[in-house]
Ligand binder design. Structure first.
Ligand code: CU
Length: 285
């Protein structure tokens, strides 16, 4: 820009000198009429030369200006190009980042979905297990031998009900020689009110067998009332295997269940759904 100003000043000075010269010349012309022709031609010559010079300078200046303009424009174009390139780069980077983000999101979501699926499967398994437990009959329903009500003979040997066809021959009830498991006193006597104990240690003793619920075989008449008393250190359930006749819900350690009234005749196996080895039978007649 300085060059431009300097150039302008130079042009201005030239014009001023030309104007000055011509003014002086006309003064001369007015004064000296004799030398008129001579002077005039000289002045004309000078003037022409000056004009030419001036025009040349102007042209050169214009050329330089044009060149500068062209340079500036090309620089601007180059800069614009670079800017565009940068923009494009940034945009492509952004696009790549967006893509990566989307991919990450998708991954996380698919992981979550997989986890949800696994959880659902686990739930389903647990539920089906519980259902199975409820469905599988615990003990093959020892046909309630109500023929011998008075003798507490059948408790300890539940292995011999192989001949249920001949209930008329009470061959073995005469020998009550095995009172080893004295607690098992199966209350075959029909009672109206019975308390069954959830025995101590059954939580950790999967082999408590007929000592889990004591007594583990109970007979009541229709309308009989049964209560479970939990003497163990963990909570237990007494749930009928048919899944509908009765269910004490969780009986806390040291607590007793609500009274269950047996309204329908039949043989009902039951178990603890948390400790499946805990099995018992109630006969209602
Ligand atoms: Cu239990």
């Amino acid at each position: 820009m300085n060059t431009k100003i300097l150039a302008s000043i130079a042009v201005f000075a030239l014009i001023a000198s030309i104007v000055g010269t011509s003014l002086t010349n006309s003064a001369y012309a007015a004064d000296a009429d004799t030398n008129k022709t001579d002077t005039k031609s000289t002045v004309d010559k000078k003037s022409t030369t000056m004009t030419t010079k001036l025009a040349d300078k102007k042209a050169a200046m214009d050329k330089r200006m044009d060149e500068k303009k062209a340079k500036i424009e090309s620089k601007k174009a180059a800069m614009d190009k670079r800017m565009d390139e940068k923009k494009a780069k940034i945009e492509s980077k952004k696009a790549a980042m967006d893509k990566r983000m989307d991919e990450k999101k998708a991954k996380i979501e698919s992981k979550k979905a997989a986890m949800d699926k696994r959880m659902d499967e686990k739930k389903a398994k647990i539920e089906s297990k519980i259902a199975q437990k409820k469905a599988t009959p615990a003990t093959p329903a020892t046909p309630a031998t109500p023929a011998t009500p008075a003798t507490p003979a059948t408790p300890a040997t539940p292995a011999t009900p192989a001949t249920p066809a001949t209930p008329a021959t009470p061959a073995t009830p005469a020998t009550p020689a095995t009172p080893a498991k004295s607690q098992t006193t199966a209350t075959t006597t029909p009672l109206n009110v019975v308390t069954i104990v959830m025995a101590k240690g059954t939580t950790s003793n999967a082999k408590c067998d007929d000592q889990c619920f004591v007594p583990n075989k109970v007979s009541v008449t229709v309308g009989g009332k049964v209560t479970w008393k939990n003497e163990d250190s963990a909570g237990h359930f007494a749930t009928s295997t048919d899944g509908k006749t009765f269910d004490t819900g969780m009986v806390n350690a040291g607590a007793s269940s609500a009274v269950v009234t047996m309204n329908t005749a039949g043989t009902y196996d039951y178990s603890c759904m948390v400790h499946p080895w805990m099995k018992g039978t109630i006969t209602v007649s």
